[in-house]
Design a protein around this ligand. Structure first.
Ligand code: KIV
Ligand code: ZN
Length: 525
């Protein structure tokens, strides 16, 4: 079977829309969405299962950690093109090239701003300097690589005729993809579409390259703008899972892909995404960054396929298509039926994991199976979502620096809530006590004592993954320490335990960022 991505490497194939995923780069730029290398590799593998054509794995020059991520992702994947972002400076281009040099299909994404406002206030460069810098960088990269994307940053606020000059030159220098971003989320679909039509008409060599749209969602129009670009000849969309990204986020992959699939009648083209991997990808990202998806989020939100109104329920029961324009199974949404119980064997459990899109090579199946059995003892009904939460929780704990060993909490209406926590830190058990406004507060204070930090708790949210008081609870939290924001997530049938796991997960991320001197204190009881 020819792999779906084969054509992505042929720049002239015009009959489908390439999906360029930037979850690991633009997505990671949003507050609290930082990921460590292992998490990026796990996500990149899921993006490969999703069949994305291109993965932007990071911005190699920005930090040694980013360089390593791009480099490791590039080596871990075989199908998609893997590229790094790069400004037009020599150091950037060389770092990006080095980071992807072991990729099966390497690429580079070079950008420079073209709008007057960016030239004057940010770059302090004139139009000629920018044109020269762009051409220089593309020429340098072309000596080493074929696949070169060039972006006119802030294209939607740039002078179209100036962009014609820049694009013509970079195409002559060897760019194979031209990306026109709506960097500030300022565009309206009709004008954004016209910009693509204009550029494709005026730029010499326009038919030799792929035109790409990269939209931000500040006005809630990122998907609409991307579709308008496609209607005007763009054949690549840059997007992120769950729409994460700078400020209000990027164009959401699941929304734009399903819009093209559902309205293929109007669009005339579609993507090559394996849509059944969308929901597992959304869940995995949500677990990794510790941010749940809002219930009303299109495609992957909890309510996306829930019919509440009596008239709707009646209609759906009579004939699904009365109110459903897509099938949940096409997105890989688990049916949430009772799938497994305490009598289920390891084989059935492993099969279920595979059906849920989990790569069992990434999971300690024995450990997860033992935890599943424990959960069956505590909980009458175990749903698919419980299983997903359980394996990602288990995967999270295998890379931990801090590990939760024990938690005791006590509270009554007459006494102050109190917690005793024991963590393993660098192989040594450390315990502390805390008191607080509630049991979670007490527990967090004890954990802060052990880690010797006092971060601001910027967000704390609890979600019951499935129904019932015995449901697994998923807690996500976000802490800020020394200007660094990290998120954490934990799942457990006990909410205080889930809260402690979420905080410990966040501390491990903070530790991985190496910004905070998270030295274990000795026993601080
Ligand atoms: O939004 C933007 O303009 C970008 C570029 C680097 C492509 O992310
Ligand atoms: Zn962007």
């Amino acid at each position: 079977m020819a792999h779906a991505n084969t054509a992505a490497h042929n720049e002239n194939d015009n009959d489908y829309v390439r999906i360029f995923d930037t979850t690991l780069r633009d997505g990671e730029q949003s507050p609290g969405c930082t990921m460590n290398v292992e998490e990026k590799i796990a996500l990149a593998r899921q993006l490969e299962r999703l069949n994305v054509d291109i993965i932007e794995a990071g911005f190699a020059v920005s930090s040694p950690g980013d360089f390593e991520s791009v480099n490791r992702v590039a080596q871990a994947l075989t199908e998609p093109i893997v590229l790094s972002l790069s400004r037009t400076q020599e150091g950037d281009v060389d770092a990006a090239l080095r980071a992807v040099d072991k990729a099966k299909h390497p690429g580079i994404h070079i950008f420079i701003a073209t709008s007057e406002i960016h030239l004057k206030y940010k770059l302090n460069m004139n139009r000629e300097d920018v044109l020269d810098a762009a051409t220089w960088a593309v020429t340098r990269a072309k000596k080493h690589l074929d696949y070169i994307e060039f972006s006119c940053e802030d294209a939607s606020r740039s002078d179209w005729d100036y962009m014609v000059d820049v694009c013509s030159e970079v195409i002559r220098a060897g760019a194979t993809v031209i990306n026109l971003p709506d960097t500030t989320g300022h565009a309206i679909p009709e004008e954004f579409g016209r910009m693509f039509a204009y550029m494709r008409e005026k730029v010499p060599g326009a038919d030799k390259v792929i035109w790409s749209a990269h939209c931000h969602n500040d006005l809630g129009l990122a998907v609409a703008n991307s579709l308008a670009a496609v209607r005007n000849g763009a054949r690549q969309i840059e997007c992120t899972i769950n729409g994460i990204g700078e400020r209000a986020g990027n164009c959401s992959l699941e929304e734009v892909v399903m819009a093209m699939k559902t309205r293929r009648d109007l669009m005339g083209v579609g993507s090559r995404i394996n849509t059944r991997q969308i929901y597992p990808a959304s869940r995995l990202l949500s677990q990794v960054i510790g941010q749940s998806v809002p219930a009303n989020k299109p495609i992957v939100g909890d309510n996306a396929f829930a019919h509440e109104a009596g008239i709707h329920q009646d209609g759906v029961l009579k004939y699904k298509l009365t109110y459903e324009i897509m099938k949940p199974e096409d997105i890989g949404i688990p049916s949430n039926k009772l799938v497994l119980g305490k009598h289920s064997g390891r084989h059935a459990f492993t099969n279920r994991l595979k059906e849920l899109g989990v790569d069992i090579d990434d999971v300690d199946v024995n450990k997860s199976f033992a935890e599943f059995k424990e959960l069956c003892d505590k909980k009458k009904i175990v749903y698919d979502d419980d299983i997903l939460a359980l394996v990602t929780e288990s995967a999270r704990r295998t890379i931990d620096h801090f590990e939760l060993i024990d938690l005791k909490v006590g509270s009554s209406s007459r006494s102050t809530p109190h917690a005793e926590v024991t963590l393993r830190v660098e192989g040594k058990e450390c315990s502390a006590e805390g008191e607080g406004d509630g049991m979670v507060d007490a527990c967090y204070k004890a954990i802060y004592k052990i880690a010797a930090i006092n971060p601001a708790l910027e967000r704390y949210a609890v979600k019951a993954i499935t129904g019932g008081t015995d449901a697994l609870g998923e807690v996500s939290c976000m802490i800020r320490e020394n200007g660094v924001t990290v998120a954490g997530q934990g799942a457990h049938s006990d909410i205080v335990m889930a809260s402690a796991l979420a905080l410990v997960n966040a501390l491990n991320r903070l530790k991985a960022r190496k910004h905070a001197p998270l030295k274990p204190t000795s026993d601080v009881r």
